[in-house]
Design a protein around this ligand. Structure first.
Ligand code: XLS
Ligand code: MG
Ligand code: MG
Length: 412
């Protein structure tokens, strides 16, 4: 192949993207409760060992592009758009008004706001450190995010505690730190009750997001299960206002099964918001876009969610690859992520209706029909053939995923 000159590369990518097919229209995409984070679209490709590869993108551009693609919802950290030093000031009100106008002009809604309690040096010792003035500042930040959320019409607030933990133990009192962290959430909920009443709006759904490691080596609330225990611990003043925002990859990172973690959250009635992405078990937070690594697992996850009535918000908390250009972020990365999600969601619906899967799962539940007794060998023997369905069902799911159930075959 001839080298591809710089001025021909974009059209090549676009031509190959079109050849991929399978794209949904913006109208179809808008029917799903999918949100796009400001920080994901504006991510410049930097990391500890990496320089940025993309130039900065304004919130106006992100929202305009989301509107164009058909991503109906936008979400943001308090400091993604409002500079940290402007938080809580008149300048904040001006910026928030500008965000509102931009959202309206582009037919996009703000679904969620979240507080950055991990990046700024003030949170070097975490969002719930010993120094009372830092804790008071953290409380101000979460209260202010609640205000911003109500101003922008959001219904969800997310809290990823970031550096709630340590690299080396000794100085940190875990019990005290957890109680102080609860104080910050209590401040956010109290503020929410007050603002919601004044504005005649419902209170926000406050969703905790766990990550097992990064940015600290040891995290005090490393998993969604730990968050559930924390919500039920008695430390929160308004536990009914607080639920979960699990992130798919964060559960894989500790070696968990995301589907099982989500089932536990559903069982507790606390699955309120879901960060969708992909990545690898027991590795760091690579935030790859949904379905690029584990499509079969994703299909299973979506079957669980569909059959339990969870249909969003699905938040595209991924990072466009560092090798993707600024143009590619909106031409390739976001639309394809949305479309893979929708396709997987629709296949999950198909799988739930699939005659093979339906009959197999019903048969498994029916058992052998032999009279219940205490003869373990006899019971095992009677179910022996039926249990082979445990292998047939996943085979069928792979067929549905690959399209072989529609007659797709390979000849060699
Ligand atoms: C970081 C988190 C972050 C949260 C919001 O790992 O996923 O992006 O979703 O602060
Ligand atoms: Mg996340
Ligand atoms: Mg992540």
């Amino acid at each position: 192949m001839q080298p591809v000159a710089p001025n021909q590369q974009r059209s090549l990518v676009e031509r190959l993207t079109k050849m991929c097919g399978g794209a949904y229209s913006p109208e179809t995409r808008r029917k799903y409760f999918i949100s796009g984070p400001q920080w994901a679209a504006a991510y410049q490709g930097q990391a500890l060992f990496y320089a940025p590869t993309r130039h900065p993108v304004s919130f106006e551009e992100v929202i305009r592009q989301f509107g164009h693609i058909g991503i109906a919802h936008w979400c943001t950290h308090d400091s993604d758009v409002i500079p940290t030093e402007a938080l809580g000031s008149d300048r904040q009100s001006e910026i928030v008004a500008k965000i509102r106008r931009t959202l309206e002009e582009n037919g996009v809604k703000c679904s969620m706001v979240t507080t950055e309690t991990f990046y700024h040096a003030v949170f070097a010792a975490g969002p719930a450190p010993e120094a009372p003035e830092v804790r008071e500042y953290a409380a101000f930040r979460v209260r202010n995010t609640v205000d911003v959320g109500h101003e922008l019409g959001a219904h969800y607030a997310v809290y990823w505690p970031g550096s709630l933990g340590y690299f080396t133990q000794g100085a940190i009192d875990e019990m005290q730190t957890l109680r102080w962290y609860a104080d910050a959430l209590n401040a956010a909920c109290d503020r929410d009750i007050e603002v919601a009443r004044k504005k005649g709006r419902p209170t926000l759904k406050h969703c905790l997001e766990a990550k097992p490691f990064e940015p600290q080596a040891e995290i005090l609330l490393p998993t969604s299960d730990a968050m559930l225990a924390f919500i039920a611990s008695g430390a929160l003043k308004h536990p009914h206002m607080v639920g979960l925002n699990p992130e798919y990859l964060h559960e894989l990172m500790w070696g968990g099964a995301p589907r099982a973690a989500l089932a536990r959250a559903l069982l507790a009635g606390k699955l309120w918001h879901f960060d969708i992405n992909d990545g690898y078990r027991l590795k760091h937070d690579v935030d790859i876009a949904v379905g690029l690594v584990n499509p079969l697992d994703w299909l299973n996850v979506l079957m669980l969610l569909r059959s339990n009535g969870f249909n969003g918000p699905f938040n595209l908390d991924f990072k466009p690859l560092r090798t993707t250009s600024n143009h590619g972020v909106f031409a390739v990365s976001f639309p394809n992520a949305v479309d893979r999600f929708i396709t997987l969601w629709e296949i999950a619906g198909e799988a739930l209706e699939d005659p093979v899967i339906r009959e197999a799962t019903a048969a498994l539940k029916a058992g052998s029909g032999i009279a219940p007794g205490r003869d373990a060998d006899a019971i095992a023997e009677a179910n022996k053939e039926l249990l082979t369905l445990h292998e047939l069902v996943p085979h069928r799911l792979v067929q549905l995923l690959l399209g072989t159930h529609r007659g797709r075959v390979h000849f060699s």
